[in-house]
Structures are given as C-alpha cells and as structure tokens.
Ligand binder design. Structure first.
Ligand code: HEC
Length: 125
C-alpha cells in the first residue's frame, strides 16, 4: 500500500492536468497511429456509410458524419467516448449494442487503435 502512494499521487497530478483541457481532449490511444488509421479507414470502406474528413469519396449518408467526433462525449449518443470503448465499437459495435446498425468491421485490434487515433484528431466540426 505504502509503496504505491507516490504512483497514485503522480496519477492524480496527471488527472488534474488533464482537466485543463476541454472534455479531456485529446484522448491518446495507446500505440495508435492516426496516419495509418486514415489508410485503414480508406481500405475497409467506412466512408461508404460515413462522411469522414480526409476521405474525399465516397461521402456516405446512411450514417452520421464523423467531423468533430473527437470532441463528442458519447459514441452514438449513448456509450462513453473513451479509447477502449471506441476500439471495441469499431471492431464489433453490435457486441456493445445489439440493436445498432453499425456492422462489425474487419479490423485487428492494432488497426482499430489506429482508426480511433485518427477519429480523435477530428475534434472540431
Ligand atoms: C454499413 C454502414 C457502416 C459502415 C461501413 C461503418 N459504419 Fe460506423 N456507423 C454506422 C451507423 C448506422 C452508425 C450509427 C449507429 C447507432 O447509432 O447505433 C455508426 C456509428 C459510428 C460511430 C459513432 C458516431 C457518433 O456520432 O457517435 C463511429 C465513430 C463510427 N460509426 C465509425 C466507423 C468507422 C471508423 C468505420 C470503418 C472502420 C465505420 N464506422 C463503418 C454505419 C456504418
């Protein structure tokens, strides 16, 4: 117990520093690479359903535009917009909400982290 106190204290300080930012932005995604994420987004065709900054075509209209997504507190209006939840959402949204129209996507964990890192860069509309 005693030994972990300095660690906890450091953690609390990091937490306080984080509060200076609006809505805890940016949200770093462990090992996520935004540039690779954009490549993955293009390869797997997210833009068939979503308009996504950085992807000129297509600009799908069957799902919401993702501009500004990084600044939103919730995923799909009902799940906390945090890296772990987003990574899982991207791979298998129905596992978080059986009723969602967002299909499971063929992404590895590493690819989903890259995509999440890219989406968190989209922090203004
Ligand atoms: C077949 C169409 C389709 C494809 C392909 C698709 N999505 Fe979605 N996506 C949806 C729909 C529909 C929703 C809304 C889900 C809901 O509200 O339950 C959604 C929701 C989302 C959300 C939450 C948006 C918000 O405003 O909170 C994100 C983020 C997202 N998708 C990212 C992606 C990414 C990244 C890809 C590619 C890896 C992708 N989607 C591929 C249909 C799709």
């Amino acid at each position: 117990m005693r030994r972990s106190l300095p660690g906890l204290f450091a953690f609390a300080l990091v937490g306080l520093a984080g509060c200076v930012d609006k809505a805890d932005l940016p949200r770093p995604v462990a090992q996520g690479d935004p540039a690779r994420g954009l490549d993955v987004i293009r390869q797997v065709g997210c833009a068939a359903c979503h308009a996504i900054p950085g992807v000129a075509w297509p600009e799908g209209r069957s799902a919401g535009a993702l501009a500004g997504f990084g600044a939103r507190p919730l995923i799909a209006g009902r799940l906390p917009n945090q890296p772990d939840v987003l990574v899982r959402w991207l791979i298998d949204a129905p596992s978080l909400d059986a009723g969602t129209a967002m299909p499971p996507m063929p992404l590895t964990q590493a690819q989903a982290r890259d995509v999440a890192a890219y989406l968190y860069e989209l922090d203004d509309d």
